[in-house]
Design a protein around this ligand. Structure first.
Ligand SMILES: NC(=O)C1=CN([C@@H]2O[C@H](COP(=O)(O)OP(=O)(O)OC[C@H]3O[C@@H](n4cnc5c(N)ncnc54)[C@H](OP(=O)(O)O)[C@@H]3O)[C@@H](O)[C@H]2O)C=CC1
Ligand SMILES: Cc1cn([C@H]2C[C@H](O)[C@@H](COP(=O)(O)OP(=O)(O)O[C@H]3O[C@@H](C)C(=O)[C@@H](O)[C@H]3O)O2)c(=O)[nH]c1=O
Ligand SMILES: [Mg+2]
Length: 295
């Protein structure tokens, strides 16, 4: 099976390149090799590879910068997925795409299900929702996995930021009124690969996802605040020379251009039921990830 992976240098893309490689002949492209703001380049790349499966791990993910760069954000997060959906349809290929808990407004106080109505608070979330809707409208065989608070040892993410700040600051001040579930990029990639691997028994990936695909939530079990996440990182990161205290603060004391949902825990039970993939509690995964920092 030919697999086309887009966004191979992102935190999730890097893990997907590893996790998907046993499943087929993988062509993995970086931004330098395929710029998703170039519609014609997307069509050419897909037609050149002729994949049975397209996996899109690329996105515009700078939530605050996105507020000022609406046009580029929508090109990458909405227009590009639309083109991928059109091309997947044309080839009879399956499309796997990732979305975010930031499609929700945070007004709920129980885990969000796939049937809950999205209402994004920021440009990033709006653009990701439009990308979802384009795929749902156009692709006959697709899987959209909505993720939350993705971290890993590579790329820009909250865990890496906290490890850097621990070296520089005597005290960290982190918001404790935004609740979600930190999710390790490696486990998302492995769960994605496990779903793809199930297609063998179901007549191929396009047939499998035409039947069982759709929109699914996939995040760690449990929940915490960014402050709770930061405290766990500082407590358990190996080889830290200093472990400064992490002080809880309200979001109003950490003003940012983009509003964020106060609550965005995802209910991932549908993915567990249909595909048998369920991620462990966020603390357990964090410990596995931190253990990976050891030489
Ligand atoms: N990070 C998170 O907390 C969350 C992420 N998600 C979703 O998960 C998916 C993966 O995100 P993640 O790995 O964390 O994000 P990263 O920001 O780590 O990676 C995104 C990748 O997309 C690439 N990219 C950006 N713009 C373009 C472009 N114009 N053309 C081609 N490639 C481009 C980046 O390239 P370059 O390396 O050059 O910058 C980068 O490699 C995305 O769909 C994201 O929306 C969902 C929930 C949470
Ligand atoms: C570094 C830092 C952040 N914060 C706050 C700011 C913000 O409200 C919250 C989260 O920080 P960040 O800006 O790193 O996280 P953010 O970019 O909002 O993360 C989001 O990224 C996108 C791509 C997603 O899809 C989401 O699931 C989510 O992971 O923590 C502090 O309070 N103190 C600090 O020292
Ligand atoms: Mg960020």
């Amino acid at each position: 099976m030919n697999i086309l992976l887009i966004g191979k240098n992102g935190q999730l893309g890097w893990e997907l390149a590893r996790a998907l490689s046993p499943l087929g002949r993988l062509t993995a492209l970086s931004r330098a090799e395929l710029d998703l703001t170039d519609a014609e380049a997307i069509r050419q790349a897909v037609r050149h590879v002729g994949p049975a499966l397209i996996v899109n791990a690329a996105a515009y993910t700078a939530v605050d910068r996105a507020q000022q760069e609406r046009e580029t954000v929508f090109a990458v997060n909405a227009a590009a997925p639309r083109i991928l959906a059109e091309e997947a349809k044309r080839l009879g290929a399956a499309l796997i795409h990732y979305s975010t808990d930031y499609v929700f407004d945070g007004g709920k106080n129980a885990p969000y299900q796939e049937i809950d109505a999205p209402r994004p608070l920021n440009v990033y979330g709006e653009s990701k929702l439009e990308g979802e809707r384009a795929i749902e409208a156009l692709a006959p065989s697709y899987l959209i996995l909505r993720l939350s608070w993705v971290y890993g040892l590579r790329g820009g993410n909250f865990l890496r930021t906290i490890l850097l700040l621990a070296k520089e600051r005597d005290e960290l001040r982190v918001v404790d009124d935004q609740i979600g579930a930190p999710t390790w990029s490696r486990l998302i990639a492995e769960a994605s690969a496990a779903i793809v691997a199930q297609a063998h028994a179901h007549g191929g990936i396009a047939e499998f996802l035409a039947d069982k695909g759709g929109l699914y939530h996939l995040a760690s079990a449990g929940q915490t605040s960014w402050c709770g996440f930061a405290q766990a990182i500082i407590a358990h990161a190996p080889l830290l020379a200093r472990r400064p205290p992490v002080v809880p603060i309200p979001s109003r004391e950490y003003p940012l251009p983009a509003p964020r949902p106060a609550y965005s825990v995802l209910d991932s039970s549908r993915a567990a039921r249909v595909f048998g993939v369920a991620l462990p509690d966020w603390r357990l995964s964090l410990l596995s990830c931190l253990a990976d920092m050891m030489p």
